[in-house]
Design a protein around this ligand. Sequence first.
Ligand code: FAD
Length: 564
Amino acid sequence: MSKKRLLIVGGVAGGASCATRARRLSEDSEIIIFERGPYVSFANCGLPYYIGNVITKEEKLLVASPKLFKERFNIDVRTNSNVLLIDRKKKEIEVEDLKNGKVYRKKYDTLVISPGSAPIKPKLEGIELPGIFILRTIPDMHQIINWIKAGKIKNAAVVGGGFIGLEMTENLKRLGINVTIIEMQKHVMPVIDPEMAAFIHGHLYSHKISIHLGSAVSGFNEEKDGTISIMLESGISISADMVILAIGIRPEVELARKAGLSIGNYKGILVDDQMQTSDKSIWAVGDAVEVKDFITGSQTLVPLAGPANRQGRIAADVILRGSSNSPRFRGVQATSVCGVLGMTIASTGATEKLLRRIDRYHELEQYEKIYLHPDHHAGYYPDAKTITIKLIFSTKDGRILGAQAIGKTGVEKRIDVIAMAIQQKGTVFDLEEAELCYAPQYGSAKDPVNMAGMIAANVLRGYSSVAHWENLAKSDPYILDVRDPIEFSKGHVENAVNIPLNSLRCRMSELPRDREIWIYCFVGQRSYYAERILFQNGYKVRNISGGFLLYRAVKKVKGNTMNQ
Ligand SMILES: Cc1cc2nc3c(=O)[nH]c(=O)nc-3n(C[C@H](O)[C@H](O)[C@H](O)COP(=O)(O)OP(=O)(O)OC[C@H]3O[C@@H](n4cnc5c(N)ncnc54)[C@H](O)[C@@H]3O)c2cc1C
């Protein structure tokens, strides 16, 4: 080889961004992408929306064609080319041309693998029945569309209530199909905490989506009328005309494993912070690699397009500019967003579930959490919508550990700001002081991000003591509801005593001095005012974070939808 040759396996998010960055850094290298599928650089994130007719032109899904790669970047793209093995000794890969079955070898100076992750398809009875689909590629998408077009599809079951499951739910619903979600865990969106997911459940019910939680699928049966019965371990059977399997993915590491590259405990390819594998000539990026969790420092898998793109770029830099001139991957925060039927769910950093699971944090890093329900823009401006935010932070120094938000609009903007603060190792005091855009139609002079910081800072400075609904039963406090009597009459917590905030100064003698008083209102603001009054009068008080709105969502007391 005269020119340095860079071979890339996998031509979508990580592979394509690595290839084009490499070309921008080096006009001299020979760059070849091998892609097993018929398309390169396609928008897999857009597939559910083509099925739902939101994206109406298929060519819009094709971000770049092999022709464009050749003409604009002088990159040779070989589609329908399955890389069978990596011969590390000879620095060669073996490729099968899937169009004619021909197998050939190609030498490399450096190799980048970005093979992605494959949908999990457990060996369950009937899983290969026609009408059961996964969604990863454009051909998968065509199969789903053809099935919908060919039959009169009335009912669909979506197995798995994560990102792809919820996006498919929305798009099938858009086509007029009834959807049932089946989720093995106790709540949909397993990447967020259960009490936050309770809001999604309420929203899905309000759109007439059926949800079966806490039971795994045990098998599938084809019925005489052509429908599919989905059997659950709980004994329930659900009938549908089609099934979307979206129960998770696993990194595609076979190629790496066969080549003897190091594989981690989470079954992803092990790389350093410049994406180099255990072989000095091979880099790996994207869904297939294990990465460091930015918050906890532990290994993890985060299959998202953003990290894959950034990692591809870093690998190209290191290969062509050298390690010391190149950036390092900072780790993942799992910043993500998902929309379902008008509701947006976004999160960044650690969830409480994760922190509880990780001993290191449980022992060393004490955390606190607060909930708030601000409007997405000034309340006096028309159409203000509630955002429910959960902020988790270290009680030692106020460092932000994670945030989750749910609402109809303005949700991802707040999570993006907090994500950046986390990456800068920011604290709740930084959120308190963040200077953000404001005009009535966009936000508030105290933006929800500022509010989250202010509430958390109040806790750390000792101006407010928070309590949480999940501790109510074991703490047995005196419960004070400071909402107006009309709100109280429509629903309240058992044993709560109602003294409206505006009467509190005159009636505080009714309250016990020898018992802790936990105060709540609808969202947590009036109860904070009440907390300050009572605290300054010598009472032992706590503000129940998240207020009745959170309580109601979790307890499923009356329709738990938002913005009512
Ligand atoms: C339906 C869907 C919706 C999604 N939505 C979002 C979203 O909204 N936001 C988000 O952040 N992420 C989303 N993702 C995830 C995101 O697409 C992935 O995280 C990202 O594409 C990973 O990039 P990658 O390069 O690692 O793998 P991929 O983009 O999957 O590319 C890997 C490619 O490698 C090829 N390949 C594998 N093995 C070989 C081999 N041996 N030889 C040749 N080629 C091979 C595969 O055919 C594949 O095309 C979505 C994914 C799907 C499927």
